[in-house]
Write a protein that binds this ligand. Sequence first.
Ligand SMILES: NC(=O)c1ccc[n+]([C@@H]2O[C@H](COP(=O)([O-])OP(=O)(O)OC[C@H]3O[C@@H](n4cnc5c(N)ncnc54)[C@H](OP(=O)(O)O)[C@@H]3O)[C@@H](O)[C@H]2O)c1
Length: 326
Amino acid sequence: MNLLIVGATGTLGRQIARRALDEGHEVTCLVRTPRAATFLREWGASLIKADLRDPETLKLAMEGNSVVIDASTVRATDTIGIREVDWDGKVALIKAAKAAGIQRFIFFSILGSENYPNVPLMDIKQCTELFLKESGLNYTILRPCGFFQGLIAQYAIPILENQPVWVMNEATSTAYMDTQDIAKFAVSALSHPETENKTFDLAGPKGWSPDQIVELCENIANEKAKITRMPIGLLRNGQKIARFFQWSWNIADRLAFSEVLTAQTPISVPMAETYKIFGIDEAETATLEAYMQEYFDRILKKLKQIDYEKNQKQSRKRSPFKTPSS
Ligand SMILES: NC(=O)c1ccc[n+]([C@@H]2O[C@H](COP(=O)([O-])OP(=O)(O)OC[C@H]3O[C@@H](n4cnc5c(N)ncnc54)[C@H](OP(=O)(O)O)[C@@H]3O)[C@@H](O)[C@H]2O)c1
């Protein structure tokens, strides 16, 4: 099939591109900056320069494609607001797909978005789900809850660098998943017609609280974490203050997300039926234990190598006529 992947430079999107190419699909990636996407070209994908905020470019991007997989979202590092990309941009994308006669549209929402009308990103995801359902396009909506990959910056790196790990006091447990496993659902949907015009929640094998993730990392790294606990009240106040200044809407919207992370209901769902529908073997899904072990093994091996090379250089610099102690 000819697939257009939106957000292919992102954490999840790149795994979808990789998987789709491995399965023999023709992949075109809609990218804002082709220079930053050469790795996708090297993998065998074509690139088309377009922007969700520019509807004319979206029309051109649809040409020659029969499927759209949308794994895009506003970048935390962008100064652009959530609404501009995740609502205006998605409405334009869905309209362009409909006008171009796209046969299948796969959209990534967030698990439980219907429960948080006061959280901008969740509300926008919910509205986009409804807009897509009413568009007349043949759709599949996938709703993951969190990625393993996000836990590296939040927990693993600070522990390795002996920096504080920020832990929200009342945070609920979340059943994170590896983006490689989430990508399997997006690509398998294309060969499973029973997934058409349906919505699926996606969750990993086990829910993890922040304290459990810290403990897992500490055990693997054999390091004690410096934990800094953050009361939820502090985040809520931060949100109110940020709203006061017009320039910080984006920050305020992001802080609002703390409401989701501290809701008392664990973020997870039973998955057995979903695995069956998509024809995916649940036993092959990565666990956080294995993912973190692999990450720490790789990094610690690299650090040892760097240390070894540094020592080699230093011993070469020493005078051949002197022993280090002389
Ligand atoms: N992260 C999570 O834990 C999580 C949980 C549940 C659901 N989701 C959903 O999963 C999907 C993927 O998330 P992610 O974390 O992988 O995203 P990400 O790493 O932040 O990547 C975002 C992608 O969107 C692209 N993008 C941003 N603005 C754009 C624009 N104006 N026009 C075209 N492309 C644009 C980015 O391109 P550039 O490289 O040019 O910036 C990038 O490829 C999203 O729909 C997200 O809401 C994420």
